[in-house]
Write a protein that binds this ligand. Structure first.
Ligand SMILES: Nc1ncnc2c1ncn2[C@@H]1O[C@H](COP(=O)(O)OP(=O)(O)O)[C@@H](O)[C@H]1O
Ligand SMILES: [Mg+2]
Length: 227
């Protein structure tokens, strides 16, 4: 593991939110290295900057200072369009709220980002079917989100995140809204993806059951990483 190439690197990240006269320093000099194939948990109290860090690492937000490299590519050197493309090709996202579109079926929800990224309908359908089978929802393709349990909805969101076989999967409190049984299913799934596909997983979580299964825990407090 330690010999694997760094897939995510951050050096001295600062992110300061400004609203009128109030400034909130959400990240205060964060540096880290995550290697290919690692499954890492980011933990810390509410408001300590976990989501801000994830967003800056993934290029969804821009730090005020510092640098992020993804697979050796400095995010700052990319245009907005290049960053978006890089994300679409190399990253998957799972959030606490699944963000599924209520009028679309499970299959259509998984297909949509691939279609938007310009993939052919046939290929997108095939990948969506495979991804839903991987999360054990092959028998729920035509169900809409409201016809699925919370755990199943989150598995559809995971299928959507992994359908393009991304190098990195980011998850922000992915089990936060789930009962413990659904959470365990989702967690086992993440672990399988990590082991069988070698995907790098970065999971923000409060749950010790989640962090206990990770290779490493990064602890944050007040915008900084604790040694
Ligand atoms: N868009 C924003 N504008 C202003 N302040 C924000 C914004 N997003 C987060 N914050 C503040 O930044 C700090 C870190 O937030 P966040 O990264 O969401 O923490 P966590 O995910 O660990 O709960 C908090 O004090 C929060 O209130
Ligand atoms: Mg958060």
């Amino acid at each position: 593991m330690n010999g694997a190439a760094p897939v995510i690197e951050a050096r001295d990240l600062w992110r300061i939110y400004r609203q009128g006269a109030i400034t909130v320093p959400a990240l205060r000099g964060v540096s880290l290295t995550i290697r290919a194939g690692e499954m890492v948990a980011i933990m810390g109290p509410s408001g300590c900057g976990k989501t801000t860090l994830l967003n800056c690492l993934a290029g969804l937000d821009e730090p005020d200072a510092g640098e992020v490299w993804i697979e050796g590519v400095p995010l700052r050197a990319l245009s907005d369009d290049q960053r978006t493309l890089h994300r679409a090709r190399r990253m998957g996202f799972v959030f606490q709220t699944h963000n599924l579109l209520p009028v679309l079926s499970a299959l259509e929800n998984v297909e949509l980002p691939m279609l938007l990224a310009g993939m052919s309908a046939r290929k997108a359908r095939q990948r969506a079917r495979e991804a839903l089978a991987a999360v054990q929802l092959a028998d729920r393709l035509d169900h809409r989100p409201a016809q699925l349990s919370g755990g199943q909805q989150q598995r559809v969101a995971i299928a959507r995140a992994i359908a393009t076989a991304p190098a990195i999967v980011w998850a922000d409190e992915p089990t936060g809204n789930l009962d413990s049984e659904s959470a365990a299913t989702v967690l086992a799934l993440f672990q399988r993806l990590n082991r069988e596909r070698g995907q790098t997983l970065v999971i923000v979580t409060h749950a010790r059951e989640v962090s206990a299964r990770c290779d490493r825990v990064i602890r944050m407090s007040d915008g900084q990483i604790l040694a």
